[in-house]
Design a protein around this ligand. Structure first.
Ligand code: DSN
Length: 410
């Protein structure tokens, strides 16, 4: 038994279970998987090497692995209405890397959203491989509205003439108009990549427009709103199939994580159900409600609201920074992450904002009335940051409240 053999790791696991049970997780990129996904990701498929693709492996003994990967590919294509899917990327970063390597040479130009507006590390940020290898220029949200200004994006695209335009974001709380990005990309003969890591589940639920038919490549993770195991996914037109597949393996990866691919397949099946659509609707309802409740209590929300599963609070007028807010909220059992706001004067290690999202708490069964309570606790915590007694009291209430909601949903 693990507890006897490795008490160090066992204890950490017990503590993590306790933490997930007794706290309120508002990190928009996290979720909690179903029992079936959890079971298959912990299965003996982890024992198998399967470099290659179904029917074309470099190892023997892949008969059953082939079934798993074929099913995962078919389900991903059906779910997103895509011509091709590669289910092997270990993460969203590797999915993006495979796309870049398939169409770009080092030094080629990328146009992407800047990180303070909501762009991702792998969208050309200097400290990341994407920024080291490629020459990136950025578009930001509009300073006034904090929304994407498509005329401005077009203007930059015409001036910079990038080979690839990337849309998709980690903290943009509004609808992304893929059709407009596609028109801009077409005008300058650039490729378009839509990174839908955050909003994949909403797209499946028809609650956000799909990039299918507009983007040449679509990348995603499978563990955010999609609620599958941690991993990546690439969708593309048939014409790019060979290039993408050979870039994933042997290009940038070796053996696929078969246990994770099996879990992706299960998650894709779950995502085809009515229950999943209802879940996605509730994520948005909860997010809007939580956002409104915080606005009522005087918090400024970047762009003035949300259309999706997340939003960012600008804390500058509260006299605290994102790091401080993250830490004090964690103290009472509310898990968030510090996040840059557009044109943030503070560095990413401190930030002026926190990012809030509802996928996880919605998976646990919370609805609008619970959002009122959570907003109140956030507000009370930030207002009473120096009062240990009040903070302790809030922690107790949160612990009692959170422990009522399951962390192993069906
Ligand atoms: N870490 C993910 C997020 O939080 O959005 C992106 O990689």
């Amino acid at each position: 038994m693990l507890n006897k053999f490795d008490p160090e790791i066992y204890k950490a696991l017990r503590k993590e279970i306790e933490k997930q049970k007794n706290t309120i997780n508002l990190i928009p990129s996290e979720n909690i998987v179903s029992k079936n996904v959890l079971k298959i990701v912990g299965s003996i498929f982890t024992n198998k090497y399967a470099e290659g693709y179904p029917g074309k492996r470099y190892y023997g003994g892949c008969k059953f692995v082939d079934i798993v990967e074929k099913v995962a590919i078919e389900r991903a294509c059906k779910l997103f209405n895509s011509e091709h899917a590669n289910v092997q990327p270990h993460s969203g970063s590797q999915a993006n890397m495979a796309v870049y390597f398939s169409i770009l040479k080092p030094g080629d130009k990328i146009l992407a959203m800047d990180i303070s507006s909501g762009g991702h590390l792998t969208h050309g940020v200097k400290v990341n491989f994407s920024g080291m290898l490629y020459n990136t220029c950025f578009y930001s949200v509009d300073k006034e509205t904090e929304l994407i200004n498509y005329d401005k994006v077009r203007e930059i695209a015409l001036k910079e003439n990038p080979k690839l335009i990337i849309c998709g974001s980690s903290s943009y709380s509004r609808i992304i108009e893929f059709e407009k990005f596609s028109q801009i990309a077409k005008e300058i003969n650039a490729y378009l990549l839509a990174d839908i890591a955050h909003i994949a589940g909403l797209i499946i639920g028809n609650l956000h427009p799909t990039p299918i038919g507009y983007a040449d490549f679509i990348t995603s993770t499978t563990h955010k709103t999609l609620r599958g195991p941690r991993g990546g996914l690439i969708l593309c037109k048939k014409e790019f199939k060979e290039r993408i597949d050979s870039l994933v393996i042997p290009g940038i990866q070796g053996g696929p994580l078969v246990h994770v691919i099996a879990a992706k397949a299960v998650a894709f099946k779950e995502a085809m159900t009515k229950k999943f659509k209802k879940y996605q609707i509730q994520i948005i309802k909860n997010c809007k409600k939580l956002c409104e409740e915080l606005q009522k209590r005087g918090y400024r929300i970047v762009s003035g609201g949300t259309d999706n599963h997340l939003f960012v609070i600008d804390l500058r007028d509260k006299g605290i920074n994102g790091l401080f807010a993250q830490e004090i909220l964690e103290k009472v059992g509310i898990i968030t992450n510090k996040n840059l706001i557009p044109f943030d004067p503070l560095p990413p290690s401190i930030t002026s904002g926190i990012r809030i999202g509802t996928p996880c708490i919605t998976s646990r069964g919370m609805k609008e009335k619970e959002m009122e309570k959570i907003a109140e606790w956030i507000d009370e915590t930030l207002k009473n940051k120096g009062n240990e007694k009040i903070l302790k009291d809030i922690k107790k209430k949160i612990r009692r409240f959170a422990s009522e909601y399951p962390i192993y949903p069906e």
